[in-house]
Design a binder for this molecule. Structure first.
Ligand SMILES: Cc1cc2nc3c(=O)[nH]c(=O)nc-3n(C[C@H](O)[C@H](O)[C@H](O)COP(=O)(O)OP(=O)(O)OC[C@H]3O[C@@H](n4cnc5c(N)ncnc54)[C@H](O)[C@@H]3O)c2cc1C
Length: 398
């Protein structure tokens, strides 16, 4: 595949992309799949990415980061994915948790957690989804109540109770960033306590989890997580009590943008494989299959879709980094990237004929990961709701 200048990239970003590609290519897709099948984490790769400064490229230098931007992390995540290692934990630990902590945590909390997230020496999972409150986060019931009779300021800490669902990577994480109800006051309509954010170490007594068997081939696994009256010190609270909704939003656009980067990386990886195969394989009188328009045109259409999705992701990151409202762009980027990657992976498999289904060719095992990104971290339908209501001004149905 030829290089294109459509998605703008500074010399520094291009160098960053080349460095990440070189590092991850030494591991490659076989390493990713082998870790997944062995139920092992990609520890060596993660450590190298951290040590090279790639995981914390967007985090403040004061806390061990590179002092760069989300646009830099977008390049890291996409390049790793395009090199065959679409690591979901890059979306969760540095992108969601790192950004929330960088923006809202105290100096002490940043020293305790952010430095490790930046250099890859620790990981943080993120838990917002609940069994009875999936897309509708306003209905979550996991609650942190002030410990003992310490009154409204919880200066003796908190007791956390509830259940989270589909939490990725808890088994490999040192802590979980938990979205819970708390707050000394009820919400404006008086019906619910407002949300707060907590960092819960994974070795906390009362915290347990159970794996959710899933079809995905990836080193990360998902869990139902139980908080059974988990005792938390006052220092576990991120930012302000009751301000969790506003605070969590600073992590959700990075989540969408880096999820788009995973999808776009899968697309680039699949296109690379498909074009290489179509330039080699000949089944009719020595003519390469790529010469047949029935093979070439669908791949060209995929390339157009992927290029549009990458451009949208770059724009969303640019808006976020400029401090502008990036919600519309992040949602559209995530939607476009997930759709493009499913289409591209499917077409790459089709280009390989029967070999598209063979595990040897490294495409079929990505199917459920690409498919998952149509549903998570935000579903296709919830993006369409956002666009219908916020971009088009149509009424909400729910
Ligand atoms: C592999 C994987 C990893 C995940 N990792 C994490 C994680 O680390 N942390 C975390 O907190 N969560 C995680 N999730 C959860 C994920 O964010 C949710 O699955 C997703 O947000 C959808 O929520 P739900 O599954 O409860 O679906 P539901 O909310 O039950 O929705 C079911 C279906 O109905 C549709 N729907 C719902 N409401 C509407 C509406 N108003 N209009 C139109 N359609 C609607 C949805 O789009 C969906 O198609 C993960 C999920 C998966 C599959």
């Amino acid at each position: 595949m030829n290089k294109s200048s459509i998605v703008p990239e500074t010399d520094e970003r291009a160098a960053l992309r080349d460095s990440v590609t070189a590092l991850v290519s030494r591991y490659g897709h076989d390493y990713f799949v082998a870790r997944a099948h062995a139920h092992e984490q990609p520890t060596a790769l993660w450590k190298e990415l951290g040590a090279a400064g790639f995981l914390g490229v967007h985090l403040p230098e004061e806390y061990g980061g590179g002092g760069g931007t989300l646009g830099d992390l977008l390049v890291v995540v996409e390049a790793a994915s395009a090199a065959g290692c679409p690591l979901l934990m890059t979306v969760i630990s540095p992108a969601i948790c790192g950004t929330i902590l960088a923006r809202h945590a105290s100096h002490e909390m940043k020293q305790r957690w952010l430095t490790g997230i930046a250099d890859g020496s620790l990981k943080m999972a993120f838990a917002i989804t609940e069994p009875d409150a999936g897309s509708n986060s306003h209905e979550i019931t996991t609650t942190a109540r002030p410990d003992g009779n310490s009154g409204e300021h919880a200066d003796r800490g908190w007791r956390l109770a509830g259940t989270k669902y589909w939490t990725s990577g808890v088994d490999e994480a040192d802590a979980i960033l938990v979205v819970a109800r708390s707050g000394s006051a009820d919400s404006a309509d008086g019906t619910r306590k407002p949300l707060s954010l907590f960092v819960v170490p994974t070795d906390s007594p009362g915290l347990t989890w159970q794996p959710i068997p899933a079809a995905l081939v990836q080193p990360e696994h998902q869990f139902t997580v139980y908080f059974d009256d988990v005792a938390l010190g006052p220092e576990a609270l991120i930012g302000d009590d009751g301000n969790g909704l506003r605070q969590v939003f600073s992590g959700l656009n990075p989540e969408r943008i880096t999820a788009a980067a995973i999808s776009n990386g899968i697309s680039l990886y699949a296109l690379e494989k498909a074009t290489a195969y179509a330039n080699e394989r000949a089944v009719w009188k020595g003519v390469k299959i790529g010469a047949h328009q029935g093979v070439a045109h669908p791949l060209a259409e995929c390339y157009i879709a992927v290029t549009q999705a990458r451009l949208m992701a770059a724009r969303a990151a640019e808006l976020f980094d400029d401090g502008a409202d990036a919600a519309e762009a992040s949602n559209i980027a995530k939607f476009a990237a997930a759709d493009a990657s499913l289409r591209t992976l499917d077409q790459a498999m089709q280009t390989h004929g029967g070999n598209g289904l063979s595990l040897e060719y490294g495409l079929a095992d990505l199917w459920f990961l690409a498919r998952m990104l149509k549903t998570a971290p935000v579903s296709r339908e919830m993006v369409l709701n956002f666009v219908a209501q916020r971009s088009l001004g149509l009424p909400a149905s729910y």
